[in-house]
Ligand binder design. Structure first.
Ligand SMILES: [Zn+2]
Length: 432
């Protein structure tokens, strides 16, 4: 699907996958543990039954089928075209009653008129219908999905939801986040992270009011249905079937990003709160374009600060210690080297922001950066018309798994080692 291919590219080189989530974080009730208290690589060896036997294959299949996700595809639609190779059955979801059956090779038009759902032009009283087919996939306005399609009579049109097993869902996610050509262990790490993130989001219930568990855009996680599946991704998902990352027995907020720039960020550096499993860890190998530069004049910096409601007048001085990863963690920089405090002094006042705020205000690829090349002093005087180099590293918020780092690690490590490196003190738990 066109939209997801655009986003596919963006996952490699642009924004964080979770830019919509940054303000809302779940904090585990359990006491946060420090890095020294955690057990790296500790893992449950599959879920056992009461008799301490591994579940039978059929039981595994059953559990897998039970865990379904409602993925919001579209909202506010006035026309939705559904096609399938096999018979299409439309049911009222509330009563379970079959409303329509369409024989093979059929196309069904759903429209929204006078606040009512219509099937092929005929209004129905049902507010929520499920469209099922016996064929492997179902097409919604040209894009193909597994599972069923649920149509909701929303306040301003039809809401389209794909009800799909968690495993099939993850098969449509991993390829939008990581190239299917990448090593198998990196794809497996991404599959476990994406599966975990979707369960976390479902549990958090942030789209509950919209009528689904998770949306299919960068707000939650990009999902493209069958078109974004590929044999290597499917294998990575099958090889890690049912595995998620847990901390304190709960699915973690499995954040990931393109390239940390050298060290991942700790939770507090980006969100200001604590999630012990999102600690700052080393990430030596990144993307080929890890190092970046942006050049702005003092006037441009002042204008961007003003637009963000932080007017300092004419910019006179920037105060920030120079970036030195080996000395990070003291003074005005966090442990990862990202700025904790940057002071902009102007003709009317001074303001202080951190690296994440600066990233957003100046539109930077990451929050791991420095002002000016090779300066020694913390204070940098800004003269009229002066060009200021912002010299930075990496891409994305820097939390959790670094995709390029995972790729590099996969040369020597398996996906469990990759996940245990980027998520501190977590367990890899098999749900089914
Ligand atoms: Zn969302």
């Amino acid at each position: 699907m066109a939209a997801s291919f655009i986003l596919f590219g963006s996952a490699f080189s642009y924004a964080s996958p979770y830019k919509g989530n940054n303000q809302k974080v779940f904090f585990p009730k359990k006491k946060p543990v420090t890095q020294t208290e955690t057990v790296q690589g500790k893992e449950k060896s599959g879920q056992m039954t009461k008799d301490n036997k591994a579940p039978e294959k059929s039981e595994q299949k059953k559990n897998e089928a039970v865990l379904k996700l409602n993925v919001g595809l579209l909202t506010g639609q006035h026309s939705v075209v559904i096609e399938a190779d096999g018979e299409i059955v439309v049911r009222d979801m509330t009563s379970g009653k079959v409303l329509n059956k369409f024989s093979k090779k059929n196309t069904v038009n759903f429209t929204y008129k006078s606040r009512q759902l219509c099937i092929n032009g005929k209004a129905i009283s049902a507010k929520k219908v499920v469209v099922e087919t016996e064929s492997e996939a179902i097409t919604v306005s040209g894009d193909e999905y597994r599972g069923e399609i649920v149509l909701l009579n929303g306040s301003n049109g039809i809401t389209v939801v794909n009800r799909v097993t968690l495993e099939d869902y993850v098969k449509g996610v991993v390829g939008t986040e990581m190239s299917p050509d990448w090593p198998a262990e990196a794809l497996k790490a991404q599959a476990v992270a994406a599966r975990t993130f979707s369960l976390y989001t479902k549990n958090e219930g942030k789209h509950y009011g919209d009528g689904y568990d998770i949306c299919a855009t960068t707000h939650c996680q990009v999902y493209g249905g069958t078109e974004d599946e590929s044999p290597t991704v499917t294998k990575a998902v099958d090889d890690t079937c049912g595995q998620i990352l847990t901390y304190g027995g709960e699915p973690i907020y499995a954040a990931f990003h393109t390239d940390s720039g050298g060290r991942t960020a700790a939770c507090r550096e980006v969100w200001g709160g604590e999630l012990a499993y999102l600690a700052s860890v080393s990430d030596p190998v990144g993307s080929p374009s890890r190092h970046w530069q942006v050049i702005l004049t003092g006037e441009q910096i002042a204008a961007k600060l003003k637009a963000a409601g932080k007017d300092v007048g004419t910019l006179k001085k920037i105060t920030l210690s120079s970036l030195n990863l080996s000395k990070a963690g003291s003074g005005d920089r966090y442990a990862s080297g990202r700025p904790a405090k940057i002071v902009f002094t102007g003709s009317s006042r001074s303001i202080t922001i951190n690296g994440t705020q600066a990233r957003s205000i100046f539109g930077l690829k990451s929050a791991l950066f420095d002002f000016g090349n090779g300066r020694k002093e913390n204070d940098m005087t800004v003269k009229n018309g002066q060009k200021i180099v912002i010299d930075g590293y990496g891409f994305g918020h820097g939390l959790g798994l670094s995709q390029w780092g995972a790729k590099a690690m996969s040369a020597k490590n398996d996906y469990k080692e990759i996940l245990n490196h980027y998520y501190t003190g977590v367990n890899i738990t098999k749900l089914y």
